[in-house]
Design a protein around this ligand. Structure first.
Ligand SMILES: *[C@@H]1O[C@H](CO)[C@@H](O)[C@H](O)[C@H]1NC(C)=O
Length: 180
């Protein structure tokens, strides 16, 4: 434990610095952001994502907030013929709309959202020596408009990524029953 903690702190510091330029939705309102979202597009330079992105389908993210203001996310993902569930808990960072998970070495910022139609989320994740950057387009409806996709694509170069890393995730009804 003693040896692990300083390296975690270093990783977090690194993530904080790497994301320092990323804008966050001004006046972020957690209550309005909570609820169910569809992950309809994603772009990332994570090597695992790049390998599987063309076979990925839209996942469902259910977001809630603890009384302390931390963000809890449940992700349900159609993978092969199963629904995979992931749960994440991210601590609030002191800036509204910015969350961090020390154990998972993950940094999440809500770059922009209108709460009722879409949100664009920026994530940094450190795994072994690799720090990957990701942007996700979350929509309240499973269908995404060409205008929203266009807006999303325009943000890709601003976070240092390229369009060949983009996956527009086809919709799937496979897991709509699995969300609780
Ligand atoms: C992902 O992109 C970011 C921003 O350009 C860069 O800092 C990072 O090193 C890249 N990571 C990988 C695994 O390519």
């Amino acid at each position: 434990m003693m040896a692990v903690l300083p390296s975690l702190a270093l990783a977090l510091l690194y993530l904080l610095r790497a994301g320092a330029e990323v804008p966050v939705q001004p006046g972020f309102n957690a209550e309005k952001f909570a609820g169910t979202w569809y992950v309809t597009a994603a772009v990332s330079n994570c090597s695992v994502f790049l390998k599987i992105k063309d076979g990925m389908k839209s996942s469902i993210a259910t977001i809630s907030f603890t009384p302390e203001g931390d963000l809890a996310m449940q992700l349900v993902w159609p993978l092969l013929d199963k629904c995979q569930k992931f749960e994440l808990l991210l601590q609030q960072s002191g800036q509204a709309g910015h969350y961090m998970a020390a154990q998972e070495k993950r940094d999440l910022r809500v770059m922009e959202t209108d709460y009722s139609r879409y949100a664009i989320v920026h994530q940094l994740q450190q795994r072994e020596q690799e720090t990957s950057t990701a942007l996700q387009l979350l929509t309240r409806e499973q269908d995404v408009s060409p205008q929203l996709l266009q807006k999303f694509k325009e943000l890709i170069p601003t976070v240092g990524l390229t369009e060949d890393m983009l996956a527009i995730l086809p919709k799937s009804d496979q897991c709509t029953e699995a969300i609780s």
